[in-house]
Ligand binder design. Structure first.
Ligand SMILES: Cc1cc2nc3c(=O)[nH]c(=O)nc-3n(C[C@H](O)[C@H](O)[C@H](O)COP(=O)(O)OP(=O)(O)OC[C@H]3O[C@@H](n4cnc5c(N)ncnc54)[C@H](O)[C@@H]3O)c2cc1C
Length: 254
């Protein structure tokens, strides 16, 4: 890549960077806001943060109401990491899969999957198509169907750059425990680079309204179990808290 362009991305010129989420209930003034386009740029940002003693938070479309992107350190906006690889049939998983970069829009993946032969889709998805997979999967978003699980349950592999700048690959086959935490990482394990998602041939949908008894306690129990497993793994990949902020430190009991 052109060194001048890389320099502009890594050293953006601004007076006072500011970030606000979509709902405008969260805002912050990071030291720097980065808009990387490649793995090389992402990795350099992590090295710079390490050298400067800065913490990193990430943001995608900014539709979360939570403070998960709020920082006075480095903010990495992943919206230019938008590559969608060609879907493949995975013989081990007995499923179609598609590998995507973290900043891919829900709408864009939908459009690309439709163009495949056969046309493909996710079995369930969030209602908004202007959000991005990094945001949707990191925070464990639910879909809009009762017979499917959360969207992170569709992930078969995730790659994350950790606090040392190393790219780690998490998959169920490699280490189910770490993989479970990596899929719903709350942005605390590092910067997500790619996800591989299980997708399926398009199907007809029937919409029904029905009360599902006991769904809230069930979801709460699922969340608590994931949370405990996650914290143990976070400490391994981010021992010095480069990806933590005050809010998450509070939530995780630090
Ligand atoms: C009108 C509206 C409707 C919604 N409908 C639904 C719905 O139907 N179902 C549902 O479950 N949710 C729904 N949501 C919630 C929304 O889907 C989530 O807040 C989702 O996280 C937003 O995605 P985003 O791209 O805006 O992510 P952002 O809000 O930009 O990011 C969320 C977090 O993801 C993490 N993150 C993102 N990218 C990376 C990365 N590369 N590396 C590390 N961490 C990363 C960061 O911690 C970041 O703070 C809705 C929200 C709105 C405003």
């Amino acid at each position: 890549m052109d060194n001048g362009l890389l320099d502009t991305i890594l050293h953006p010129h601004h007076d006072k960077p500011a970030w606000t989420n979509w709902a405008k209930n969260q805002s912050c003034h990071p030291t720097e806001i980065f808009n990387p386009e490649t793995l090389e740029e992402l990795t350099k940002i992590v090295f710079m943060a390490k050298a400067d003693g800065k913490k990193i938070r990430c943001a995608a479309s900014g539709h979360s109401w939570s403070s998960s992107s709020v920082t006075d350190g480095y903010l990495v906006v992943v919206n230019k990491m938008e590559k969608v690889h060609t879907p493949i049939w995975d013989n081990d998983l007995k499923s179609w899969t598609v590998r995507i970069e973290t900043g891919v829009l829900v709408k864009d993946l939908d459009d690309k999957l439709r163009q495949n032969d056969p046309p493909l889709t996710l079995p369930s998805n969030v209602v908004l198509d202007s959000v991005r997979y990094g945001g949707v999967l990191s925070l464990g978003c639910h879909g809009a169907a009762t017979k499917t699980r959360t969207l992170p349950d569709l992930v078969s592999e995730v790659t994350i750059i950790d606090a040392n700048g190393d790219l780690n690959t998490f998959s169920e086959a490699k280490n189910p425990e770490e993989f479970a935490a990596a899929t719903v990482n709350l942005g605390l394990l590092g910067v997500i680079y790619t996800y591989t998602l299980r997708v399926e041939p398009m199907f007809n949908l029937k919409v029904m309204w029905e009360h599902v008894p006991g769904i809230v306690p069930y979801l709460r129990q699922q969340a608590n179990e994931r949370f405990d497993r996650f914290e143990a793994i976070r400490k391994k990949y981010d021992p010095n808290g480069m990806f933590m902020n005050a809010t998450f430190a509070g939530i995780l009991g630090h």
